[in-house]
Design a protein around this ligand. Structure first.
Ligand code: CTP
Ligand code: MG
Length: 233
């Protein structure tokens, strides 16, 4: 059965606003903190068997208590993540190696608008191809720049903005992370780790709503969207 990893161990440096007492994933949108929404999406999806949440070391107990109150029927393990996102993933994979799931979905806790449909589409694709990532086509034209000046206009039709979940066969992703570590490769997503290990990573169509809260402006947008999307929840 597939497992999910929820990454909530970042410090949210780019999103920090004066007065915020905690990183972005712990701030509330609607009636829950940001991280709870994607957690619930995994917890309520019948095909996800087990969830690992990687968080900041001083938040492990708080997150465990919060999850206990959500009365989730799945097996959930909360761990302290690492210094980098890559390290948080690797530590989470280590935990899962005991149960050895067939597939794993890796998701940023800073993307609250994860849906059951996105999870199902990711599962369909990973079962078929072995490795995939959610992505959206770029609606703006993307330019390559140097020193603030455009040097190239890229062909929009060949560009995709990748999101999470990213998913892979468990054996592939474990080996790919090990290889990345041995070679000192440092990247910002798991698709890159799989690519470097020689795997084809298939793109699964996502939604612009599945954006990552990265800058302070994204929090205002997430708040507004939460009042529409989560009102029913
Ligand atoms: N993340 C993690 N462990 C880290 C760093 C990041 O689990 N050591 C998680 C974040 O909590 C987030 C996701 O990875 O859910 C995507 O990372 P990003 O948006 O870069 O979040 P931060 O690293 O927290 O933000 P910043 O880079 O602005 O500091
Ligand atoms: Mg980061």
């Amino acid at each position: 059965m597939p497992a999910a990893i929820l990454l909530a161990a970042g410090i949210g440096a780019r999103c920090a606003r004066p007065g915020d007492k905690s990183p972005k994933q712990f701030l509330s949108i609607g009636k829950h903190p940001v991280w709870v929404w994607p957690f619930l999406a995994f917890a309520n999806h019948r095909e996800i068997d087990q969830i690992v949440v990687a968080t900041l070391p001083d938040m492990v107990d708080t997150i465990r208590e919060a999850i206990a109150k959500l009365s989730c029927s799945k097996e959930v393990v909360v761990i302290a993540g690492g210094e980098t996102r890559q390290e948080s993933v690797r530590l989470s994979l280590d935990v899962l190696s005991k149960s050895n799931p067939d597939f794993v979905l890796i998701h940023d806790a800073a993307r609250p608008f994860l849906t059951a449909q996105i999870i199902s589409d990711t599962l369909d694709s990973v079962r078929k191809y072995g490795a995939c990532t959610i992505g959206v086509t770029a609606s703006d034209t993307v330019k390559k720049v140097a020193d603030g000046v455009i040097v190239e206009t890229l062909d929009r039709n060949s560009l995709v903005l990748v999101q999470t979940p990213q998913a892979a066969r468990f054996d592939w992703i474990v080996k790919a992370h090990e290889k990345a570590r041995q070679e000192g490769l440092s990247v910002t997503d798991d698709a890159a780790i799989l690519e470097q290990a020689g795997h084809k990573v298939v793109i699964v169509q996502g939604s612009p709503h599945n954006f990552k809260i990265t800058q302070p402006e994204d929090l205002a947008l997430a708040d507004a969207l939460a009042s529409i999307i989560f009102e029913r929840v």
